[in-house]
Design a protein around this ligand. Structure first.
Ligand SMILES: *[C@@H]1O[C@H](CO)[C@@H](O)[C@H](O)[C@H]1NC(C)=O
Ligand SMILES: *[C@@H]1O[C@H](CO)[C@@H](O)[C@H](O)[C@H]1NC(C)=O
Ligand SMILES: [Cu+2]
Length: 527
């Protein structure tokens, strides 16, 4: 939030509790006859160069950052663990001044790294090949978890004898265990100065949907740097592991007779192809809109330099400098030892972009979609391409964008209607059990609609109850035998730097006030 014109919006999404296995389509659209998977040629990123000052770091540039850091003195003995290497975006004034063909403002990277338990924030100038800024532990807290952190933390419990005993007492074999670090945090003064996570385990016996089989009450507090189990807690020995029956959500596992009448395949035709284009890798042009779209490790998807073409004089007018999801906050309303800390901040703790897996053509995004890749850095500082991370498509859902008919009161026989076609930029982050679907939708009337869809699995709690429970004693409804869907919220905050016809914008809140009229009095007549 650097500018006064930035707005933070907070959307409170209601508590979402769905029974996991409901009605399923027998098969996905892409496996139906006549629905061949349209493919987009994979992009070779190895030699790509940036086209725009806001373009993310390329494969070559991430390699260059790695080379610069390897010969940087403080890291000459040990290369740090890389958490993020991101473009250090040039100042807004420089970006606004820049026109295609102009030389770029200096290309810079910001690096978040860890070495010997210390956080390093580095600024790297790619042109002069120098580290231009270096702060050690500049603030409290730690960088986003790396993939190495997550996989090391998930293995850590197995080095603990108490854990093995606890597991054996439940007749669970270690081969069916999946452990995950759900939330980083600070859990008390004993952990001062340490990076710690709580690790929880699930059983995948009989189902890939292990989220439905929590080993309830078993919590290991793990030091992410030493991988030592700092605290072991088991309060759930008498809570059974919920059954695995009917928990597998895959199409191929749906054996039950379909209760719902099957739907015929559906697809929107675009006989002349799509009407948007992507220029220079990231500039999207569609109808009256032009904007820059890119993948981001933390935010997932960043939209910048959004402009709309004036229908009268054809000139491009500024609408938004930059918009992205800045953070999530997902607190669970349960005070148990194994639940109180569950308050995920999915963007900062895991990275929405880092959690976004390739989209499934035809089912995640319709036919004629354009796919964009994400380029990030691995913990050893090498570039990594996440293919098909974002999709762009034109949406037509059968709605009307505008209409008017005339002829009832006059002699004009007018039937005018315009179909509503919009452009959507989409990505889906699979942050553990949850899938967040982000849609940035552009309408020809100038509206930008941001939608966040929630899908995936619930984070559930094992319970000794299997029916008719005492609701008061629980932190959520019993959704199945021995399973509670713990009540929780999902808050999403957005960074929206609006520049509607320039940077000087204000936010106007209009509140209507109800006025009461006395019997026999008309306010309209009184004024
Ligand atoms: C715990 O069990 C695992 C898997 O059986 C084994 O590899 C590990 O050595 C055991 N750890 C301890 C501390 O006994
Ligand atoms: C924005 O408004 C302020 C106060 O009215 C004014 O001083 C400033 O020059 C304006 N900036 C632009 C870019 O128009
Ligand atoms: Cu939820």
């Amino acid at each position: 939030m650097e500018k006064t014109s930035c707005l933070h919006f907070c959307f409170i999404s209601c508590l979402v509790l769905f029974i996991i296995v409901g009605s399923w389509y027998r098969s996905s659209i892409s496996s139906l006859p006549g629905y061949s998977l349209q493919t987009q040629k994979p992009i070779d990123h190895s030699a790509k160069t940036p086209y725009h000052p806001l373009d993310p770091l390329t494969v070559k540039e991430i390699n260059r950052v790695r080379t610069i850091l390897s010969s940087y003195e403080p890291f000459s003995f040990t290369f740090p663990t890389i958490h993020t290497i991101l473009l250090d975006e040039p100042d807004k004034v420089q970006v606004l001044k820049w026109r295609k063909g102009d030389p770029f403002p200096p290309r810079k990277a910001q690096v978040l790294a860890l070495l010997n338990g210390q956080s390093h924030v580095l600024n790297v100038d790619l042109d002069s090949r120098r580290v231009t800024g270096h702060a050690i532990n500049p603030s409290s807290g730690y960088p986003v978890l790396s993939m190495d952190d997550i996989s090391a933390a998930s293995k850590a419990p197995f080095s603990n004898a108490e854990f093995n005993k606890s597991i054996a007492a439940r007749w669970v074999s270690s081969s069916e265990l999946i452990c995950l670090p759900p939330s980083a945090g600070w859990f008390g003064p004993n952990e001062e100065g340490k990076r710690v996570v709580k690790v929880l385990c699930f059983s995948n016996q009989g189902t890939p949907n292990f989220y439905m089989r929590p080993i309830e009450g078993l919590v290991m507090t793990v030091d992410l740097d030493t991988l030592e189990v700092l605290k072991f807690s088991d309060t759930g020995r008498d809570i059974p592991i919920p059954k695995s029956a009917d928990t597998d959500y895959r199409y191929t596992a749906q054996k039950k007779e379909q209760k719902m009448e099957p739907l015929n395949p559906i697809s929107i035709e675009q006989p002349k192809g799509r009407s948007f284009r992507v220029e220079d890798g990231h500039i999207v042009k569609w109808a009256n809109w032009v904007f820059h779209l890119k993948a981001d490790h933390r935010a997932g998807l960043v939209i910048s330099r959004v402009m709309v073409r004036d229908s009268e004089n054809g000139e491009l007018r500024d609408v938004m400098y930059r918009g992205f999801a800045s953070e999530f906050f997902v607190p669970y309303m349960d005070l148990d030892e194994s639940w109180y800390f569950k308050s995920y901040m999915d963007a900062g703790e895991y990275g929405l972009g880092m959690s976004a897996l390739p989209l499934v053509p035809l089912n995640d995004c319709p036919r004629h979609s354009y796919y964009m890749d994400g380029i990030f850095a691995t913990p050893d500082g090498n570039p990594f391409v996440q293919p098909n991370m974002i999709c762009l498509f034109e949406r037509y859902a059968g709605d009307i964008s505008w209409r008017h008919s005339d002829g009832l009161l006059t002699d004009f026989q007018i039937r005018e209607a315009r179909p509503k076609v919009t452009l959507v930029a989409r990505m889906a982050a699979s942050v553990g059990n949850y899938d967040y679907i982000f849609d940035w939708e552009f309408q020809t009337d100038g509206l930008i609609n941001v939608k966040v869809g929630l899908s995936g699995m619930l984070m559930v709690k094992g319970s000794p109850y299997h029916q008719a429970p005492n609701q008061d004693a629980m932190s959520g409804p019993l959704i199945s035998e021995n399973l509670i869907g713990v009540v929780h919220d999902h808050f999403v905050t957005f960074h929206l730097d609006m520049d509607i016809d320039g940077a000087n914008n204000s936010f106007v809140n209009v509140n209507l006030v109800k006025e009461r009229s006395l019997p026999g009095e008309s306010l309209g007549r009184a004024t």
